[in-house]
Design a protein around this ligand. Sequence first.
Ligand SMILES: Cc1cc2nc3c(=O)[nH]c(=O)nc-3n(C[C@H](O)[C@H](O)[C@H](O)COP(=O)(O)OP(=O)(O)OC[C@H]3O[C@@H](n4cnc5c(N)ncnc54)[C@H](O)[C@@H]3O)c2cc1C
Length: 436
Amino acid sequence: MAMTGAGDLHVTSSTDEPHIALSYHLDMVETRPIVFLGASYAGLSASHYFLKHVYPHLPNEPEVQYKAILVDPSTKWFTRHAAPRAIIKEELMPTNLIFHDIEAGYKQYGDKVEFLQGRATAWDESARTMSIQKANGESQTIAYWALILATGTKATSPLFSLQGTPHTEVESAIRGMRGRLASAKDIVIAGGGPAAVESAGEIGDFLNGAAGWFSSRPFHPKAKITLITSSSKLLPQLRQSLSDQAEKFLNRVGVDVRYNTKVYSNVALGDGKTKVILHDGEELETDIYIPAMGVKPMSGYVPDHLKNDKGYVVQNDSTLRIDAAGPRVYAIGDIGTYSNDGIMEIINGVPVMETNLKRDLLAAHSDPNGEPEGEDRLYVREEREMQIVPVGRSRGVGAVFGWRVPSILVWLIKGRDFMTSKAHEYVSGEAVKKEA
Ligand SMILES: Cc1cc2nc3c(=O)[nH]c(=O)nc-3n(C[C@H](O)[C@H](O)[C@H](O)COP(=O)(O)OP(=O)(O)OC[C@H]3O[C@@H](n4cnc5c(N)ncnc54)[C@H](O)[C@@H]3O)c2cc1C
């Protein structure tokens, strides 16, 4: 069936039809879907914030209803920043601390919100529709009233992030790694950012233990662990002295670092080993190879003209709107160009995006072309040095707002539990309880 007006959806119930769309136009009530794509840090924070601080301010009229729809292929949120410890063993990072049920946190809002297990596959920004491939195999097209993209980035390895698929893919990758690690004698990790450094530190601590007080390396290392980075320093976002400190901490748990070296490719060998081929042709045969370098935006459903050359969604980095995609469309979190792929950008960005969303929704309530009056709220990028990186189970390096953070504080902030004790606040909405 055709669409008759902005925000209306029509039922195509025949199973022969490619789309099965729910009706949002029943009994003369117009329902306006506010669609959040992605339910990780950004999507969870943005949707809870919307339901707590924006929805209650929208006009309450029987003939016009707003409804939040949260879409994610995974029913569980994965606290990916805990992956470096989770890959070691269950006792160090139990499964229930890294996977969290998404839907349970939304029960408090009743029918104001709906969780849809599915994946956005195609976006027609001129028709204002999003096609969703649902977990049960059906397709659904949603004509959105407002749209928030929060589909983030994926790591090369499923050990470190959801891949735009159910969480079970990550869970089985982690279980597989745990099974192989304990007996590994040679491990190669590629990457020089936090995921690589943290993973190397955790693995070194687990297999080799830490050096004694007057040594710089463990006495009897069980495994040879090599961290390979194409860069000339570890942790490029931090100053040189902190990068050097990270290398010393890695050495203490028996990890060697090779700089200015690029992994060209890797080949699985029949005996469970992997051949890692470097850019200069050198070949390393290893028991375990972990690619922990870089991330890619999960923006396959976004038309090319709305993305930059790396696949990130081009937005107004101040208002967080996607200006080229029509009214009431925003990006939040790793997926958008305003972000440097970090959690702080989400914490600071959500209130900005929501203020502008609220202004836009109120202005368009009676007239879809209505523009908000007054000033937009603007996002200001944090330029100071900000990164906290545990290296092994008791040490770490980092800086906050440009200030160097002592190793013990890195442990307290992150190394102790990889921030998993705060995870329930994101799935319950507690993290955005206060309007910022
Ligand atoms: C090992 C590691 C350690 C880290 N440590 C830190 C740290 O200490 N501090 C920090 O600030 N940052 C850290 N980060 C980065 C941080 O995890 C990310 O910035 C954050 O997860 C981004 O959140 P997000 O919601 O934007 O996207 P993501 O977490 O990438 O989530 C994207 C969501 O979108 C869903 N999705 C994907 N495709 C679709 C689709 N087509 N349709 C619908 N849904 C879709 C996914 O299933 C997922 O739920 C770390 C990352 C890693 C890998």
